[in-house]
Write a protein that binds this ligand. Structure first.
Ligand SMILES: [Zn+2]
Length: 297
């Protein structure tokens, strides 16, 4: 019985995988089908009908394929990615890739999931343009500040306003609160634990999650953390050091393991995303091994 279930599941999965592969091949032919008006010559009312009848593709799928393939029509490397991984894999880069950069983006699209690639594109962009608003004060030079709205209870609001005082400013108050939090965390920090076991001791795990408040610790990322990451790589130095364990969301953990962080030993809030991995770093070899044993997320 168990074997029968396994067999059914195995076959369904394999056929599904093949079906997707053949649909991708069909999609890649569409631009030329349209250009040569093959659908008309073969007696169909429209390319949509042609694609629906012959390949089971819906109208949206046809439009989507034509739009994406049009934007990469002179980019053979990205077209190869579409053939291997589908249209979604290149979607995050179609608006930014050019004939000069398509090889770079094709490489990234092959090794990253769509989700990770989206974040990588966004961060490359943010690091070039900066995301803070610049407010001009007439009597001072430009000061970079960011305005945020707080969604708090009325009691919390009045307490904060009181703490700030009539002549105080929010920046000083908030900085003070953050510094207090940091001091408190420093006092609570558990000892580093040298061990053969990969399992992070509960007290260290609790501490890291509390420090991160359950959020990814990389730069301005506000995603929920998914993985506790050893920046020294556990395989290279068998220790659980709370200062060197970082809470990361899935896409950022992937980027770390692709070697795309400039310097992991500074605070993760200051990490920047690199264009290419540093292949001489011993961590790179470890990370390459990790890649082999996992599927893209
Ligand atoms: Zn993140």
């Amino acid at each position: 019985m168990e074997k029968h279930i396994q067999d059914l599941h195995f076959r369904f999965r394999m056929y599904g995988k093949n079906a997707r592969e053949w649909t991708r091949k069909c999609a890649l032919l569409l631009p030329e089908i349209v250009r040569e008006r093959v659908w008309e010559k073969k007696g169909f009312d429209s390319v949509y009908m042609y694609a629906r009848v012959l390949a089971g593709m819906g109208n949206n799928a046809v439009n989507d394929a034509l739009r994406i393939l049009h934007s990469i029509e002179n980019m053979p490397a990205l077209q190869k990615v579409v053939e291997a991984k589908g249209l979604n894999a290149v979607r995050p880069v179609v608006a930014i890739a050019t004939s000069e950069t398509e090889l770079f983006w094709a490489g990234k699209a092959m090794e990253m999931s769509k989700h990770t690639l989206e974040l990588y594109v966004k961060e490359q962009h943010d690091s070039r343009t900066g995301t803070e608003n610049t407010i001009e004060f007439p009597e001072q030079k430009a000061i970079t500040k960011k305005i945020i709205a707080l969604d708090v209870d009325p009691e919390v609001a009045s307490e904060l306003e009181k703490l700030k005082g009539k002549d105080g400013d929010w920046n000083t108050l908030m900085k003070e609160l953050l510094e207090m939090r940091e001091k408190m965390l420093a006092q609570e920090k558990p000892e580093e634990k040298v061990t053969e076991s990969r399992h992070i001791p509960a007290a260290i795990e609790r501490y890291v999650i509390e420090r991160a408040r359950g959020t990814c610790e990389l730069r301005t990322c506000t995603k929920k953390y998914a993985i506790l990451h050893h920046i020294q790589r556990f395989a290279l130095e068998k220790t659980h050091d709370p200062s060197r364990i970082i809470a990361l969301c899935k896409p950022h953990e992937r980027m770390v393991h692709l070697g795309l962080i400039e310097d992991e030993h500074i605070q993760p809030r200051d990490w920047s995303i690199a264009k290419e991995p540093n292949k001489n770093d011993p961590k790179y070899a470890i990370d390459q091994m990790v890649q082999k044993y996992r599927k893209p997320i």
